[in-house]
Design a protein around this ligand. Sequence first.
Ligand code: UGA
Length: 466
Amino acid sequence: MNVTVAGLGYVGLVTSAGLAAWGHQVTGVDASSSRLQILASGALPFFEPGLDELVTSTAKVDRLHFTDASSEAMAGADVVFTAVGTHDGNGGWQTAAMDTCLNQVVPHLRDDAVLVVRSTLPPEYVRSLGAMVASLRNDLGRPMIPVLLNPEFTREGRAVADFMHPDRIVFGIVHDPDGTGQALLRAVYGLANAPVLCMPAMDAAFAKLGANLFLATKISFANELAGLCEANGAVVDNVVEAMSYDTRIGGQFLRPGVGFGGSCLPHQVSMTVKSASMAGVPSPLLAAVWEVNQAQRELFVTRLADLLGGLPGRRIALLGLAFKPDTDDLRDAPSLSIARRLLDGGAEILAYDPMPNARQRAAALTPGLRVADSAAEALAGADAAALVTEWPEFSRLDWALLGSRMRRRIVLDGRNALDPDGVTAAGLEYVAFGRGGVPRERAVVHGGFDAESSLGTQPIPSYPNS
Ligand code: UGA
């Protein structure tokens, strides 16, 4: 089948390469000429494990092409996926790029083509999508075509595996009166070996949103549980392990620490609370999920200051900058808001992340943040190690050796990722979240949803009943 993908970010590029690997003839288009140049040079515009190999192998056998000749790519396609970003980078929705994309794509689509929207959309956009496409077709005197949503459930760092081996595939029907769109999309995913769930468009949009909101809820729950464990001398690892054997609960997304970051979970929680509030729909649980998450960043800073007896003049080795391992993505990374708060408090920071790109961009985004070329360099002479991203290489550090080069031997593990016994046996003081050690005052973010009061890059939504 001939497939065109408009938008070559994380979602679009993984979709393009994955569909090409399943044997489709895929053309990727993007509005950014620099992104296309990077791809033409054989490189990738971002790091994603396994994607390089998939793009290279499918391009080599001529099943994946990239072009700026958008109208030809649209006219030749049986199915067109749109995968443009809908996040404004500051906690809000940004649908202007989606409008532009539809304006550029829809007029060129063949009358027998199917339009599939893979971007995550706000509910109001889902509501108007069918009418927008119909009007663009009408203006040209062309018939309406099938339009479907196909939300993605891929995680950064695992996106290739998530795409190739999905748990489920969801279709949301915007317009497909005779089922041809659905049939074509089923054929596109013929090799996916996963249940296909077909439902109205708004249900599909909420199926995507609901999954992310629930994952965020689990993380905030784990963080609150860690506080309870700390206050009562329990070790959260043991508690979560025992809980995880209950198949109704499971063990994933229950790791406490500095909380969730990235371009999806924080944005979708905050935007859902905001739009619920505007619609007069109570969402106290999600509002609390947000509040707990922001408080974890605050708690990390408070805990560090507490361990160090104050921040001014202290040198902190910040370990990890990306919002999670196996990515170089810094969007709403807890590291950056924590770094800003530490710098404001008078500390000096030497940060290290295994991704050179993340180091460079973090330094550019955060005045005063200095970066090192290795964890050892960051730790030498530091008053404390502050781990905020659980890159595997941090678990393999020789703490006895590196600790001997630190000014003070303190490790604050913001991801509960290190072996507490190993670090302690190496002669360092180890503090984490709910893992025993000296219980310290939890930082409390007061006042519900005052945007100024807690850490985070995006505005915090207001909840009228809080
Ligand atoms: C998330 C979802 O997991 C994907 O299913 C979804 O497709 C994607 O959003 C999206 O909407 O596009 P992602 O943002 O890549 O994926 O990252 P996650 O793996 O969900 O992690 C989010 C954050 O939660 C990270 O900062 C991670 O460190 C944190 N986290 C995760 C915890 O703090 N504790 C945990 O137990 C798990």
